[in-house]
Write a protein that binds this ligand. Structure first.
Ligand code: ZN
Ligand code: MN
Length: 500
C-alpha cells in the first residue's frame, strides 16, 4: 500500500471546487426484521436470530414489515420528501459471504420517497441539502475476519459470518450533489450527518448509533478545477462511522484528489476505506455500475402503494422536529444565536429542558449545565449527558438555592458530592453539613470577631466607605467555610457599623 501524496488543504481549495454526495444507511429499530419475524436485538450470540426467510433458504417467502414502512415514511416526510403513490422492491444481485440470499432486496428506479431537503447550518450560514431519494432495503450479515492485524480480510487466517443482522430494515438516504460549499465542504458534510441523526432520533424510529453501525455514511467526493463547469470523477468512501470521521474523510479526499489531479493524474472511480488511526482513505474496489447488479423487480413481493390517508396520518403523528424545537427553545429561554449554538453543541438541550420541566428557571438550569457541569464533563472526558447526575437532581439543588438553604458556592460542593457518588443532593448536604449558616446568633458572633480583627476596614465603613464592606463579607465567608448567607452577613455588618 503506497501512502498517497496530499496537497495542503488551503492550496487544494484555491485550485479546486469540491462536489459532495452523501449516502446514509440507517437501521430501523423495529422489533422484527424487514421480511421475517426474527428479532433484531444488537449483540446477541451469532446466528441465533435467523430463520429460513432471512437465510434465503429455498422456498422461503418474504413478507413486508409494516412498522418499517411506517418508519421510512416518517423519515421521508421529515425530510420534506414526496411519498410516491406506488413503488416496488427490486433485487440487487451480487455475491458476498455476509449476504445469504446472494441478492439484497432493495429499491432501484422506484424509491418510496423522493425530492426532499434538509437545511443545515455551518458558522451561522444555512445550506440546503437536497435529498434525491429515500428507499427501503434490508441489511446484510457481518463478516468477522480473524487472525490479521487490521480486521480486514487481507491477511486474515479465517473468516466467520454472523447472519443476525441479515434482513434488518435499512433505510438509505441519498443526497443530490452538494455544490458551492467551498472550504466548508467537510463541515457541511458533518453538519448534514449531525442534523440527519438528530432528525431520525427525534422520530424515534432508530437509535442512530454510529459506533454500533445503526447509522453509516458513504461519502462521495469529486473535485473540479475552479471555474470549470464539468464535475470531476468521484470516489466513494464507505461506511464512515462517526461524525468526526465524516468531516475528516471529506477533508482527506480533497487533499488526496487535489494532489493526484495537480500531478497530471486521473481520479479512478472507486470505493475507498477510511482509517480512523491515520485519518486517511485507501483504495477499496473499483466502483461497479448499476448494470453490474442486474436489478429487476422483486417477484416475491407485491408493490407498495401507501394510501394517502395513511401518509396523512403519519404526517400528523410527526413529533416536533429538531429545527423547530431549536427555534422554540431559543425564544423560550431567550438565547442569542451564539448561546443557542453553544447549548446545542454541548448536547445540553434535553438536559436543560428536563431541568426546566422540574420547575427550574431556564437561566439557572442553563447556568449549571453549561458552566459547572460542562466543565466537569470536560475534565472527566465524558459527554454531558453521561455525567452521573440527573436533571431532577440539578433542579433540587437550584430549589435549595432559591429557598436560601444553599448559595452558589455550596451548590458546587453538592454537585461535586453527587458526581462523586455520595448520593442525592439532600444526602450530600446532610453528609457534608453544607447548609447556609442562617442562625443569626452564630452569624452575629462571627461578624463581631471579623470586625474586631479588621479594625482599619471597620473604621472606613463607619466613615461612610460602604464599598469596603465587601472585604469583611469575604472574611465572614472564609470563617464560615462558605456557609454564611453573604447577603445577610453584609446587612448585619453595615447595621453593626452604623452604615446601613
Ligand atoms: Zn429471519
Ligand atoms: Mn444501500
Amino acid at each position: 500500500m503506497t501512502t498517497p501524496t496530499l496537497m495542503d488543504y488551503d492550496e487544494a481549495l484555491a485550485k479546486y471546487e469540491p462536489v459532495l454526495g452523501i449516502e446514509t444507511h440507517i437501521e430501523l429499530g423495529t422489533a422484527s426484521k424487514m421480511f421475517c419475524g426474527c428479532p433484531t436485538e444488537f449483540g446477541a450470540e451469532p446466528n441465533t436470530q435467523v430463520c429460513p426467510v432471512c437465510l434465503g433458504l429455498p422456498g422461503a417467502l418474504p413478507v413486508t414489515n409494516r412498522a418499517a414502512i411506517e418508519g421510512i415514511i416518517k423519515i421521508g416526510l421529515a425530510l420534506n420528501c414526496e411519498i410516491v403513490e406506488w413503488c416496488r422492491f427490486a433485487r440487487k444481485n451480487y455475491f458476498y459471504p455476509d449476504m445469504p440470499k446472494n441478492f439484497q432486496i432493495s429499491q432501484y428506479d422506484e424509491p418510496l420517497c423522493v425530492d426532499g431537503h434538509l437545511d443545515v447550518e455551518v458558522d451561522g450560514e444555512t445550506y440546503r441539502i437536497e435529498i434525491e431519494r429515500v428507499h427501503m432495503e434490508e441489511d446484510t450479515g457481518k463478516s468477522l475476519h480473524v487472525g490479521g492485524t487490521t480486521g480486514r480480510i487481507h491477511g486474515a487466517e479465517y473468516s466467520l459470518v454472523d447472519y443476525n443482522r441479515a434482513g434488518i430494515p435499512l433505510v438509505e438516504i441519498v443526497t443530490k450533489p452538494i455544490v458551492a460549499t467551498g472550504d466548508r465542504a467537510p463541515l457541511v458534510a458533518r453538519a448534514f450527518a449531525t442534523e440527519l441523526r438528530e432528525l431520525v432520533r427525534s422520530l424515534g424510529v432508530s437509535d442512530v448509533r454510529m459506533e454500533q453501525g445503526s447509522m453509516r455514511c458513504d461519502v462521495n467526493v469529486s473535485l473540479m478545477p475552479r471555474g470549470a463547469s464539468e464535475w470531476g470523477t468521484r470516489t466513494e468512501t464507505k461506511n464512515v462511522n462517526s461524525l468526526r470521521s465524516v468531516e475528516r474523510a471529506v477533508r482527506s479526499e480533497i487533499e488526496r484528489q487535489a494532489a493526484v489531479l495537480d500531478g497530471g493524474g486521473r481520479i479512478v472511480q472507486e470505493t475507498r476505506h477510511f482509517h480512523e488511526d491515520t485519518g486517511r482513505t485507501t483504495s477499496g474496489r473499483s466502483k461497479e455500475e448499476a448494470q453490474d447488479y442486474r436489478y429487476f423487480p422483486e417477484p416475491d413481493l407485491v408493490p407498495m402503494a401507501p394510501s394517502r390517508d395513511w401518509v396523512a396520518e403519519l404526517r400528523a403523528s410527526l413529533p416536533e422536529l429538531p429545527a423547530a424545537r431549536r427555534r422554540r427553545i431559543q425564544a423560550e429561554w431567550n438565547l442569542s444565536d451564539l448561546e443557542l449554538r453553544d447549548v446545542v453543541n454541548a448536547g445540553a438541550v434535553d438536559l436543560i429542558e428536563a431541568t426546566v420541566a422540574q420547575g427550574t428557571d431556564a437561566g439557572a438550569a442553563r447556568k449549571w449545565w453549561m458552566n459547572e457541569l460542562s466543565r466537569r464533563a470536560t475534565e472527566q472526558g465524558v459527554e454531558l449527558a453521561d455525567l452521573p447526575i440527573t436533571p431532577e437532581q440539578v433542579a433540587r439543588v437550584q430549589a435549595m438555592i432559591t429557598a436560601g438553604e444553599l448559595n452558589d458556592k455550596l451548590a458546587r460542593k453538592v454537585f461535586e458530592g453527587v458526581l462523586a457518588g455520595e448520593g442525592t443532593p439532600d444526602e450530600v448536604v446532610a453528609k457534608r453539613g453544607l447548609k447556609v449558616v442562617s442562625d443569626e446568633g452564630e452569624l452575629s458572633a462571627v461578624i463581631d470577631e471579623v470586625i474586631a480583627g479588621n479594625a482599619d476596614v471597620a473604621d472606613k465603613i463607619r466613615a461612610g466607605k460602604v464599598a469596603a464592606a465587601g472585604a469583611l463579607v469575604g472574611a465572614v465567608m472564609k470563617a464560615t467555610r462558605g456557609q454564611a448567607d453573604a447577603g445577610r452577613a453584609r446587612e448585619l455588618i453595615l447595621e453593626k457599623l452604623g452604615a446601613s
